[in-house]
Design a protein around this ligand. Structure first.
Ligand code: FPP
Length: 262
């Protein structure tokens, strides 16, 4: 994918086009992870029930998946439902699961057409069998796709993932001296994927909320005040442009100590 693919999906003369033209397509983040937040506040501002915020958030999911695939990202991970979200009222949880199923039914064809591989990470055994079956079917249908991996974090908790990985390492009989960071990573839900280079959070909150705790060790963080239902291609492109202005040091000294390119 490249500039032409992105331009084909944005209006001519738009801010999206201008940002896209300034991007360096050789220095894109491989993995972008997003904490979708602010659906409830978006709905409250409009005197609507919270679930309407989640419903409107589906359009943002669609737009973000499409733009990410056009950009040529390797992995896009969206935080849809945390282990803590099980504490929400039952009708809100049911509505979220219903929206997820609706999204999958409506979008599976598009995912297949765009060669997108769909995955789910989290404690899936806590989901109801019908939701799990639908997710597993979508994962199986797209398993041989070779384009972008679109991963949904569902019933997901970063600490729970780390504990699950530790359990797996013990079950597989990994000897203490054989356990290093690479071996440990191979037991995470994201095994085989590059760690997120860019973590985006909407609605202005400065928290990581138990999301991909191990994997975001060196991620660049970009926060926007925009509520998730208003998040569109322009915001994603702005985040990537900002990412490209950062000097990633991974704890080492600056490669650009005078800030000449910053
Ligand atoms: C956070 O807003 C958002 C969620 C907990 C759910 C996100 C889910 C969707 C957008 C729909 C389904 C997803 C997919 C991937 C198809 P919040 O309710 O915490 O908002 P608030 O902080 O303003 O209350």
């Amino acid at each position: 994918m490249a500039l032409a693919d992105v331009l084909a999906g944005v209006p001519k003369g738009s801010p999206e086009e201008a940002i896209s033209r300034r991007l360096d397509f050789d220095r894109l983040p491989k993995h972008v992870a997003i904490i979708m937040d602010g659906n409830g506040r978006w709905a409250a501002e409009r005197h609507l029930p919270r679930v309407e915020g989640h419903r409107a958030g589906i359009d943002s999911v669609r737009d973000t998946v499409e733009t990410s695939a056009r950009l040529g990202l390797s992995v896009l991970t969206l935080y849809a439902f945390s282990v803590e979200n099980w504490k929400r009222p039952v009708p809100e949880v049911s509505a979220l699961m219903g929206l997820l199923r609706h999204y999958l039914r409506a979008e599976l064809k598009t995912l297949l057409k765009n060669n997108i591989q769909f995955r789910v990470i989290g404690q899936l055994d806590r989901l109801s069998p019908d939701v799990r079956e639908e997710l597993e079917a979508a994962v199986a249908r797209t398993a041989t796709n070779t384009g972008m991996v679109f991963s949904i974090a569902l019933s997901y908790g970063g600490r729970a993932e780390i504990v699950d990985a530790a359990r797996q390492a013990i079950i597989r009989g990994i000897a203490p001296e054989a356990l290093d960071e690479d071996v440990f990573s191979s037991f995470l839900y994201t095994a085989g994927q590059p760690d997120p280079d860019l973590l985006i959070r909407t609605s202005g909150e400065m928290r990581v909320s138990n999301f991909l705790l191990w994997q975001i060790a060196y991620a660049e963080i970009w926060v926007t005040d925009t509520f998730w239902p208003d998040f569109r291609a322009r915001h994603l492109l702005e985040a990537v442009a900002d990412y490209q202005r950062r000097d990633r040091r991974y704890g080492a000294v600056s490669s650009d100590p005078v800030g000449a390119t910053n």
